[in-house]
Design a protein around this ligand. Structure first.
Ligand code: THG
Length: 376
């Protein structure tokens, strides 16, 4: 990228950029960088990616993830509608259970990859990644004439992540919270507000997510957790690039878009080929499965200096310099001894051990190797 000759312009916040209930406390912790996700600020670095990572792996962090907006689907046809938009079998989802449920369109393209929460027999929250799920779902429901109510409720998730998350939440909510299984949620209350709390979160270090339903209680909730967290060395944090690539968590808009299908992204296990309910992507997905995929998302280990994700996808070449794909995310991982990355490459170049070359910047070529899954 060209070097800037003057400081970048100041970001203009307006009513189109949502405010979060925790923002005041987040800013007091002097974050170094942020992005916009679902029209909401999301911090990306507090001290440095490495320092944030080391703290996350050892202690506990509090993350403002209000950007994970909920699309609420309720009403007599709520289950039918949810079944229609995801290839996952939602009939198996119990009340109080979360499911990672990629949304897939009629061509097999990924629309979003939300965490679905089943709040009732006919009431769901889709905890969305960064794309317009609310409008997509409203359009479908209206077009078909399903009886549903679809809204963007006043819900602002707050994640408590890291190895001391259980100790901290047990101090606040009681010992039983330790027994909450992965991707289950219960109703709890704290700081004068009640909320759902799930064992989930976008990190490999474990923890909880609290779905605050009263915006005006945000600071009280933050302060209450912050105070109790002092003995566990709590810090404000955010999804960490190193941790999430190590963990193999995909980022919608970076590692996958509407142009990719779940087979190309290694999300095969979230496609229930035998699901009974009507599903808009089932014909396309069956066709893709039978035909075979042309591209695949792979993990790469890349030599050289520490790198961070570039704004534009970098070209991935084969040994003879022919472009075979592009890089979608990078982080520098001490644990894996180099830069770890995701890239989409032609299927014949996706086999572990395959050597590839990354075009970074002007004339730099970096050596890379396709890895089998990074996740243990
Ligand atoms: N939590 C909540 N909402 C979210 C995210 C979250 N919305 C946006 C984004 N993150 C959605 N993407 C993901 C991707 C992966 C996971 C969660 C959200 C995840 N995956 C587990 C894994 O890969 O190990 C488990 C998947 C499974 O087996 O069901 O946790 O973080 N509320």
């Amino acid at each position: 990228m060209e070097s800037l000759t003057q400081p970048p312009p100041v970001f203009a916040f307006s009513r189109r950029i949502r405010k979060t209930p925790y923002e005041k406390r987040v800013m007091e912790q002097a974050p170094k960088s942020m992005t916009i996700y679902n029209s909401t600020p999301l911090m990306t670095v507090f001290r440095s990616p490495q320092e944030d990572y080391e703290h996350l792996c050892e202690h506990v962090q509090i993350w403002d993830v209000s950007c994970e907006r909920q699309a609420e689907i309720a009403g007599d046809d709520a289950l039918r509608l949810v079944e229609l938009i995801t290839p996952r079998d939602i009939s198996k989802c119990k009340i109080g259970q979360c499911m990672y449920a990629p949304l897939v369109d009629e061509n097999g393209g990924i629309v979003n990859d939300p965490v679905l929460l089943r709040l009732g027999k006919q009431r769901f929250w889709l905890s969305t990644a960064d794309s317009d799920v609310l409008l997509w779902v409203k359009g479908i429901a209206y077009g078909i004439g399903y009886y549903t109510s679809i809204q963007d409720p006043d819900v602002s998730p707050l994640a408590i992540q890291g190895p001391r998350a259980d100790d901290l939440m047990a101090d606040l909510l009681g010992e039983e919270i330790r027994q909450l299984p992965f991707f289950r949620f219960v109703r709890e209350s704290l700081a004068g507000t009640s909320f759902y709390i799930s064992r989930s979160g976008w990190s490999g270090q474990g923890g909880f997510e609290i779905y605050l339903e009263e915006y005006r209680k945000g600071l009280d909730l933050w302060d209450c957790i912050w105070e109790a967290g002092q003995k566990y060395n709590i810090r404000a944090g955010c999804p960490n690039s190193i941790d999430r690539v190590e963990r193999g968590l995909l980022s919608y808009g970076n590692d996958m878009t509407l142009n990719e299908n779940p087979y190309e992204c290694g999300l095969d296990r979230f496609i229930s080929e035998d699901k009974k309910a009507e599903c808009m992507s089932s014909v396309a997905l069956k066709e893709i499965r039978d035909r075979g995929i042309t591209h695949k998302l792979v993990y790469l280990l890349i030599q050289g200096e520490p790198l961070t994700t570039p704004r534009e996808a970098c070209t991935v070449n084969d040994e003879s310099g022919v472009a075979r794909g592009c890089l979608t995310s990078i982080a520098h991982s001490i644990r894996f001894g180099g830069n770890i990355a995701f890239a989409t490459v032609e299927t014949q170049f996706s086999i572990p051990g395959q050597r590839l070359f990354i075009e970074m910047g002007s004339d730099k070529l970096l050596k890379a190797t396709v890895m089998s899954k990074l996740k243990e």
